[in-house]
Design a binder for this molecule. Structure first.
Ligand SMILES: Cc1cc2nc3c(=O)[nH]c(=O)nc-3n(C[C@H](O)[C@H](O)[C@H](O)COP(=O)(O)O)c2cc1C
Length: 208
């Protein structure tokens, strides 16, 4: 059993910081990108609806298009890739995932039908659809950042971009809402130190 000090997962979490300067021109091996995207898709999601789509922006031409959309933030062009994490506003349609379980005999068809009924009921609310898209896609984002760090890459999550321009430039269908851009690459400079509040400020035990 590993001690807290030697724990690999905690080390990766502690090492993840937002890197803004990357080795320009570093081409990430395809297998590393695949491992990072696979980790993203392993994230938990409400009802297992997997409310995400990952738009990978990697060609020089596409990076150049993205740069002004992200208000000129240079990590877009210097990093190896930018992953636009999109939330699925129609994630109720992903309930087809249950059909596999029914076919494999792990889920009774009537339970599947009841679940699908609940989900479609919840998705009558646009507010719910939007909240769930953003909430669930965010777990995938964190997996991207931790998997990347674990493989020796660094990342920067970015909310500083114009979502409407992103949608128009990259033909994002209305089904998806942009949540976050994440640059991934080899760090050329470490992240600027960013402090954290002590646990005594952020933890409430029991009740307020
Ligand atoms: C939702 C979100 C939006 C962010 N947007 C930007 C951004 O547009 N540009 C940037 O350089 N960093 C951005 N950051 C990075 C934060 O500034 C950074 O996470 C925070 O200062 C803590 O530092 P650390 O990530 O290095 O620990 C964003 C982070 C999050 C979670």
């Amino acid at each position: 059993m590993s001690s807290i000090e030697n724990n690999e997962t905690l080390r990766v979490i502690n090492e993840r910081h937002s890197v803004k300067k990357y080795e320009s021109g570093f081409v990430m091996p395809e297998e590393d990108l695949t491992a990072i995207l696979t980790a993203a898709s392993e994230a938990p999601s409400a009802w297992n609806l997997q409310h995400w789509k990952f738009l990978v922006i990697e060609s020089e031409a596409d990076k150049a298009k993205l740069l002004p959309i992200a208000y000129g933030q240079s990590q877009i062009t210097e990093s190896s890739v930018t992953i636009a994490v999109l939330g699925d506003l129609e994630a109720n349609r992903n309930a087809v995932i249950y059909d596999q379980a029914v076919e494999a005999g792990h889920l009774k068809p009537e339970i599947r039908d009841a679940l699908v009924g609940q989900i479609n009921g919840a998705y009558q609310s646009q507010q719910t659809a939007r909240d769930e898209a953003i909430r669930n896609a965010s777990f995938a984002s964190q997996n991207i950042m931790l998997a990347a760090r674990s493989l020796g890459y660094d990342t920067c999550p970015m909310g500083g971009y114009n979502p409407q321009q992103l949608i128009e430039t990259f033909n994002i269908p209305p089904r998806y809402i942009p949540t976050l851009l994440i640059t991934v690459g080899k760090a050329a400079q470490p992240a600027r130190p960013a402090g954290r509040f002590p646990l005594s400020d952020v933890v409430v035990r029991g009740s307020f």
